[in-house]
Write a protein that binds this ligand. Structure first.
Ligand code: ATP
Ligand code: MG
Length: 418
């Protein structure tokens, strides 16, 4: 359900969803909760909500205002999310557990119905944005380590202290504590808050800005295309992005699909590429599913590429391709695991071999890191030693977040490659 959300600058939400039961249309300067919160700009959106930077006139701080669609199923989902966020916030009074905090919540009535609104602490860009910003190059391992420490701190808190599964961990659902571009951060850029709807424009300028931005983007692309054609079709290599000055601390967000471990009933959980084998095979699941998604996320941060990007092919499904990709990288799945799930018979024969994908190209994590991603040997070996146990096909063998936090790779402070 959460595969397609994005931040405002990348794509926009489906405008057909601005109807009864759908999103609430927000204009810059709109006020909420009896005038307490004033909308400043859109931060992002998901299938359930749009999220706005808002100014809290009571505390003079910025917050993120998540405005849920209004149909009953979305209201129900928001109530559930509020319950989980409240537990997260109440049990972390010092705000040090790397999971987003709930400041407040209220109802807002608009033309499309009554919307539950969550007031969240304002965070920065997602680490998916960071990966894109870095042009899918792979981020320096010391920075990856810092982000991994935060994500694991958050997971350890959710799992061990609250007994909650996230079930949708992925780069999009992990936010940096601040923005990549300092001018987008109202505090660092010292932009004064907007306190009322700007005059002269029905849209408060927001839609105009989006159109202007899109036109500029299109113009830039056209210029680049002409320049490339002049060079005989070879696109100009883009310079490397400098990541200096970025705060790499991050927090887990989007608890919309989270659930208490003893109420984990949904069959299909997790976004495809981050989905654990026991979910595909329907063997039952628990905390280790989040650990699997964590390992996929850490790999993506360090390489700029998804660890598994399955596709259906002639005679096999996306699930089968996914299982094949896992076995090519991690070795053969133990027979007990392969044949032990509710859906095993669809994919595996009784020997534990895939029925429809017979020839697998075996590799290993460290070989892949060296050959494809050009990691120095020591870095590749150490990083692979950290990730491999978390990618154990047997969920019971996977280390917990608490155990991962003790791993030597995470405790290293500097590497030779910097
Ligand atoms: P999904 O379809 O992913 O379930 P959703 O409607 O539940 O989405 P979120 O994923 O919680 O919404 O938020 C959507 C987007 O809004 C995020 O990807 C992010 O860009 C932005 N966002 C969410 N929370 C915050 C926050 N606290 N601070 C800054 N931006 C945020
Ligand atoms: Mg999301």
């Amino acid at each position: 359900m959460s595969c397609s959300s994005s931040s405002a600058s990348e794509e926009d939400e489906d405008f057909d969803s601005y109807r009864k039961g759908g999103y609430h249309a927000v204009r810059i300067g709109d006020s909420f909760a009896g005038g307490r919160f004033i909308a400043q700009r859109k931060l992002g959106w998901g299938q359930f909500s749009t999220v706005w930077l808002a100014y809290d006139t009571q505390t003079s701080k910025y917050v993120a205002l998540k405005i849920q669609k209004s149909a009953p199923e979305f209201v129900q989902a928001a109530l559930h999310e509020i319950e989980i966020l409240s537990a997260i916030t109440e049990n972390d009074p010092k705000n040090e557990k790397c999971v987003v905090q709930l400041v407040d919540h209220f109802k807002h009535r608009g033309p499309n119905g009554q919307h539950l609104c969550m007031v969240l602490e304002f965070l920065g860009d997602s680490i998916l944005h960071l990966i894109r910003y870095n042009r899918y190059k792979g981020i320096n391992l010391n920075k990856v380590r810092e982000m991994c420490r935060c994500i694991l701190t958050g997971l350890d808190y959710l799992h061990r202290e609250l007994r909650i599964l996230h079930t949708d961990l992925k780069p999009e659902n992990i936010l940096l504590v601040s923005t990549v571009n300092p001018s987008k951060d109202p505090i660092r850029s010292k932009t004064p808050p907007i306190l009322e709807r700007p005059e002269g424009s029905l849209t408060g300028g927001a839609a105009v800005n989006v159109i202007e931005k899109k036109l500029k983007q299109r113009a830039r692309r056209a210029v680049a295309k002409i320049a490339a054609e002049r060079r005989g079709g070879v696109p100009e290599p883009k310079p490397e992005r400098c990541l200096d000055g970025i705060d790499f601390r991050c927090k887990i967000v989007d608890l919309g699909n989270a659930c208490s471990v003893d109420k984990a009933v949904a069959e299909e959980i997790q976004t495809r590429q981050y989905r654990a084998p026991e979910v595909i095979l329907q063997s039952g699941y628990s905390f280790p599913v989040d650990m699997w998604s964590f390992a996929c996320t850490a790999f993506e941060l360090a390489t700029g590429e998804m660890m598994f990007a399955p596709k259906p092919g002639p005679g096999f499904s996306e699930d089968e391709d996914h299982l094949a990709l896992m076995m090519e990288l991690l070795g053969k799945m133990p027979r007990k695991i392969a044949i032990g799930g509710g859906r095993s018979k669809d994919y595996f024969d009784r020997h534990g071999d895939l029925k429809r994908i017979r020839r697998l190209k075996h590799s290993s994590l460290s070989r892949l890191l060296i050959d494809k991603f050009k990691f120095p040997e020591t870095d590749a070996r150490e990083f692979a030693e950290f990730l491999t146990p978390i990618l154990d096909f047997d969920p019971e063998n996977r280390p917990t977040a608490q155990q991962c936090l003790q791993h030597p790779w995470l405790r290293q402070t500097e590497t030779k490659t910097g």
